[in-house]
Write a protein that binds this ligand. Structure first.
Ligand code: DAH
Length: 346
């Protein structure tokens, strides 16, 4: 009998839980009306006289130990929920949400990192630009219809007595940074320019008035279209996987000659045709070309000595291909349910 009580005493001392249900089970097992300890008190009658005093002391101790244990377990439960204090240091920590990067930052960083491996450095320019840097020095002649390709936000309104629009504007592309770099640096130039750009577009799933681009520029002696292709091929493989194929379609940009648009084989169907690539097997990812000699000249670079290539890509588009996000508005709404999905991305 006495041995049994000592065993129970040990059991109670060793018991630990931070689970409310288990603590309640502990109480029921030892201290409830039909529990072990009250039944030991009942047994007191049957204990031989000479053992009564020892027995009595033991079961009283037992009861105290159990009550104290119960109180302390209950206290530590409320402590944790009220103050966050933890008594069990081996217990896994509560899940704290640390925030996450925006998918556009994740993809922009990935693009930057790939070009940095090739020796490109980052340069940035202002979002509020003048006409010269956004258009003029990029070989958009005044009144040229190519300016209409990019619906521009002008900062000052047309004044009443002056019919010329303001020449201060929100940059419509990051190509403006090319101009600033070329004006300020001598070749060789190898730079990428990530940034926000603005166009006066009605907001829909497929168009937005703010979006992000990464511009690339490489100027040196003897830079050729082959260099452009190889650089962008490296990028495509690193970004979209080693089985990616690419193709170039002739295009037009005022600041490059020749100009091209680059497609990659569809990242979803691998080129077989699906609704993302509209059953063509190809996805357009960027515009590029050899820097027009006029642009070099306008920016103070000797176009007899130097040639170069440039490219520009949309970050939203790249993120769409990576995460299948097909509504541009999601990027700017800051809906926490959308953003939480990128917790594991860096
Ligand atoms: N600036 C162009 C746009 O926003 C993209 C672009 C095309 C940039 C060709 C370039 C380039 O540097 O060479 O549509």
């Amino acid at each position: 009998m006495i041995e049994r009580i000592k065993k129970i005493q040990e059991e109670i001392r060793d018991f630990y839980s931070d689970n409310e249900r288990e603590i309640e089970e502990f109480r029921i097992k030892y201290l409830s009306k039909k529990g072990l300890i009250p039944s030991l008190f009942n047994d007191f009658k049957t204990v031989p006289k000479e053992q009564k005093s020892e027995y009595g002391k033991l079961i009283n101790d037992l009861k105290n130990t159990a009550t104290e244990k119960l109180d302390s377990l209950k206290n530590s439960l409320t402590d944790v929920s009220h103050t966050g204090a933890q008594t069990d240091l081996t217990r896994p920590v509560a899940n704290i949400f640390n925030g996450s990067r925006h998918p556009l930052s994740v993809v922009r960083n990935e693009i930057i990192e790939i070009f940095q491996r090739l020796g490109f450095i980052i340069s940035e320019g202002p979002e509020i630009e003048d006409d010269d840097h956004n258009f003029g020095k990029l070989n958009f002649p005044p009144e040229h219809p190519a300016r209409d390709m990019q619906d521009t936000f002008f900062i000052k309104r047309k004044s009443e007595d002056d019919s010329n629009p303001s020449d201060i504007l929100l940059r419509t592309h990051t190509s403006s940074v090319q101009v600033r770099v070329m004006e300020n640096e001598d070749p060789p130039i190898r730079t990428i320019s990530p940034g926000r750009v603005f166009r006066n577009e009605a907001i829909s799933a497929r168009a937005h008035c703010i979006f992000h681009q990464v511009e690339g520029l490489y100027i040196d002696e003897d830079v050729s279209f082959a260099d452009l292709k190889q650089t962008l091929f490296y990028f495509a493989i690193e970004m979209y996987g080693k089985n990616t194929r690419m193709r170039f379609r002739p295009s037009y940009f005022p600041f490059t000659e020749p100009s091209a648009e680059m497609d990659i084989s569809c990242t979803i169907c691998g080129g077989k045709g699906c609704n993302v690539c509209k059953y063509t097997g190809w996805l357009e990812i960027l515009g590029c070309g050899m820097v027009d000699p006029n642009v070099l000249e306008y920016c103070g670079i000797d176009n007899n000595q130097y040639t170069g290539f440039a490219f520009g890509m949309g970050v939203e588009r790249a993120a769409m291909l990576k995460y299948q996000i097909n509504d541009l508005r999601l990027y700017f709404e800051n809906d926490i349910r959308f953003l939480h999905q990128f917790r594991s991305a860096f």
